[in-house]
Design a protein around this ligand. Sequence first.
Ligand code: GAL
Length: 815
Amino acid sequence: MRIKLVVLLSFFLVPLAAQERMVVRLDEGWRFIKEDITSATDVSLDDRQWQSVRVPHDWAISGPFDLNQDMQFVQVIEDGEKEPKLRTGRTGALPATGVGWYRRKLHLPADQKGKRVYVEFDGVMSNAQVYLNGRYISGRPYGYSSFSLDLTGLFSFGKDNVLAVRVENKPEMSRFYTGAGIYRPVRLVSTSSVHVAHWGTYVTTPQISSGKAVVKIETSVENFDEKVDKVRLLTEIYDKEGKCVARTSSVRKGKEQPLRFVQKCTVSQPSLWSPDTPILYTAVSKVYVEDELCDTYRTDFGFRTLKFDKEKGFFLNGERMKLKGVCLHHDLGPLGAAVNTRAIERQLEMLKEMGCNAIRTSHNPSAVELLDLCDRMGIMVQVEAFDEWKMGKCTNGYNTLFDKWAERDLTDLIHRDRNHPGVIMWSIGNELREQDAADGGKVAQFLTDIVHREDPTRPSTAGFNNHWGAITNGLADAVDLVGFNYKHFDYVNKHKEHPEYVLYGSETSSAVSSRGVYKFPVRDNWEPWYNDYQVSSYDMDYVPWGSAPDTEFAQQDDNDFLLGEFVWTGFDYLGEPSPYGDGAPSRSSYFGIIDLAGLKKDRYYLYQSVWSDQPVLHVMPHWTWPDRIGQEVPVQCYTNYPKVELFVNGVSKGVRTKDASAKFTRYRMMWDSVKYEPGEIKVVAYDDTGRACEEKTIKTAGQPYQVRLKEDRKQIHADHKDLSFVTIEVVDKDGNLCPRDASMLFVNVQGNGILKALCNGDATDLTSFSSNYMRVFNGKMVAIVQSTDLAGEIKLVVSGERLKKGEVTIGTSGN
Ligand code: GAL
């Protein structure tokens, strides 16, 4: 849904034409305190001593890291543990628990009197309780749910109103980092008394052919004006050029609240939405009383068909396609949970370039920004609602809310997200403990019924790790698509036993790697553990329930019936530092294909070589091993060229082709017994005719000499939100990356920007993301620079002892 957004810099709203709804993002002007203050709702309280913050805000992300934070003594049944273990860093070792209060003034001019006033929260982590002018309005416990509150009765026009929000995070409420506070946008909305309800449109496309498509628009209109008993709704459909391509108008009479309109119209020659052609249309709903326009509301949607076939897999617009998906947690690494559109966009750009075409919002409702971006960029989405039902995994997890809130949370989620063409399925849960319970099937059926009631156009699904249990107790029968978590070894059997299931890998691989770390000997390792708390980037380390990426690729390639896979995970995330965490210094995951800083690990190129159409030639490891002279350093290459030859200091070590007879050589090329000698390795890729097409060289690095910077964007918007991600590298005199360097660097930002965060991707580094110094990890880290609202320049200077400085200038320009 896209609505007219008016962003103002003051508390005052400029009156618009009477009929327009006004939507103001409440980014600025908030006061915050991390304390439970009993007088926080008092209108007269002087809060000027509280911290001044902008929303979205995550109070915990600046740290400090402390491994005692939210330490949990639990048995993770899902990981096959037989007894409880002490877990450090499970939720990120950041100060997310406790109570915090937010306050802000709201003002609407006196001439707006008579309008309806709402406040919309996209997400408050968690247990939000909202007060206006000292009076309790309402609350929302699930931190991932979006909600709207009606302030009309208590709102004073022409005066300051005081909005106060209490937030409370209990310990042991999650298995991963949640963030803390008002971490998603908040908006103040004022409308006429007759208007489209919150999430009040549902646009579907019941018939699509190349010549024409039928659009069905169901609209809820709220009428708070007693004198009005007849409302006209005009819906216009606009194409991407802004041309009106269809319209329909109808009248409803009566006092039903809300008034429900069902309209249909036909669009000829519809352009279809797909990953290659992410074409959106907009339905513009115009509400009239007599001839007066009371409200205008916009809904983006797309034309596409979905088919999930138990034998042939997934079809989009009639075309067969594998889901090449990744699971994503909602945190943005060093930016925490606080939503930032550019940070999400950067993640999606990297994933799309890898060949990824789908995201699973594991294990909870995502930010709306992610869905909007997926629509625009052509990425399909599995929206997931819950990580637990009634039988909890965490003492204070969703199990404490399920009975009272599950129906409401799931219904609201579907209402919020069901117009997005990118959304292709609804997951009602991940690895539920109900897989083992006699009534598991019943709970699943209750949730699937909600999905079918609220959106009959998309299937329900769930991710099963205990698929044996879920099949026995009827849980698997109660979803439309049966998702297996880590069941690569059993897809074929279960397909034979249950040919009625539509099957896919809802969670796959769980390979672990630390960027730039290589462990010897190189081996297929399902129980990795190393005393430096890192894991190997040869991409053969994975957790006991997981597999190397190669194993899942083979299953997907050999079995047409599988819809595809969702790899655990696209990016590293805060918390869950498996295989460490049992009293270990790690505070973030190793599962990511891309590290916490957003730097690509080797694994990125393995997926890219299998998933994308672009030529890929990637060689590893680095070639700086002074401690391994004369010893074996196996070389591997991720490529989609048919033949590759390796040279060490100009001497050929042989040509490789892919060989499906062995587990790893089917998707990679390997030279196992290469002896290390300083100098260089070079891979040369040949096409089928033997012509050399591309080559890559890695040289042995000399001493660290200088800091090199590379920004992802040279010019950003001066809107206090936009970001430039600057990659920082320590290189030798010749510009070779020093791949094992750990220099401490200092980062100085001047001009019209701020240093938002530093991150090096090392899961064991407990330096605050908000500090201006950090060690590079294997020669690299990332500085995230944010604009202010002043146009101009931002200068970044990065220095380190005995290193030549690196400098970069980024321009910022008007909104
Ligand atoms: C799964 C779980 C994920 C994550 C993953 C790690 O069992 O669904 O949330 O914990 O394991 O391998």
